[in-house]
Write a protein that binds this ligand. Structure first.
Ligand SMILES: Cc1cc2nc3c(=O)[nH]c(=O)nc-3n(C[C@H](O)[C@H](O)[C@H](O)COP(=O)(O)O)c2cc1C
Length: 192
């Protein structure tokens, strides 16, 4: 059987991002589950803020099309995102919106979201760990009819969550990350 491919997308471009750090821990965890992992930066797919006039005039930008191709080339997607004012950051929402506008011939709009499972995680220095963002993100992805797996990780007090080898150090966080990754891999395998 072909090796499963998982795409990991941090929702922050910030140098030293807590979420890019958690994404790196997830990449390690996925590699240990024997899947092929690709971590991308949304900085490599710059997109203008969605504007219907722009879409009518110029079509969907090529970076949105390229991102959709990245989704299509993978069996599952993990998004690791900051929480901004109890919701998801504009970078991530704008990306999801643009990708939802890419419609290939003989395909329903948003089909790319339905054909593979999504897992969602957040890291924050606050005590809620980005839980409210995960609720908002689950709603957004579900409205694209994505299958968002039930297990998720909201990493609270994220700055203090790692040991000096940059591994998660609290058993509860390690367990939540592993459970989410295993469920993502299992569901991706079933949907493949
Ligand atoms: C505009 C803005 C709004 C924020 N709102 C929240 C919030 O609602 N909840 C929270 O836990 N952290 C919030 N934060 C703090 C972020 O969690 C923190 O900046 C985090 O480091 C961002 O993620 P990153 O390190 O991956 O870039 C906010 C930060 C910004 C810039």
């Amino acid at each position: 059987m072909a090796t499963l491919k998982i795409l990991v997308i941090p929702g922050s471009l910030r140098t030293g991002s807590l979420n890019a750090r958690l994404a790196a821990a997830a990449v390690d965890g996925l590699a240990r589950l024997d899947v092929d992992v690709t971590q991308i930066s949304l900085g490599d797919f710059p997109l203008p803020i969605y504007d219907g006039d722009l879409e009518s005039q110029d079509g969907v930008p090529k970076h949105a099309i390229n991102l959709k191709r990245m989704f299509q080339a993978h069996d599952g997607v993990l998004i690791v995102t900051p929480e901004y004012n109890a919701s998801l950051p504009p970078l991530l929402k704008n990306t999801i919106d643009w990708v939802s506008r890419v419609q290939d011939a003989s395909e329903a709009r948003g089909q790319v979201y339905r054909e593979r499972p999504f897992a969602i995680a957040a890291a924050s220095n606050g005590k809620l760990g980005g839980t409210r963002c995960l609720q908002a993100l689950r709603l957004v992805l579900s409205s694209c009819r994505a299958l968002v797996i039930p297990n998720q990780l909201a990493l609270s007090f994220a700055d203090g969550a790692y040991d000096d080898m940059d591994r998660l150090k609290h058993p509860a966080d390690i367990g939540a990350l592993q459970a989410m990754l295993r469920q993502l891999v299992d569901v991706a395998q079933q949907m493949k």
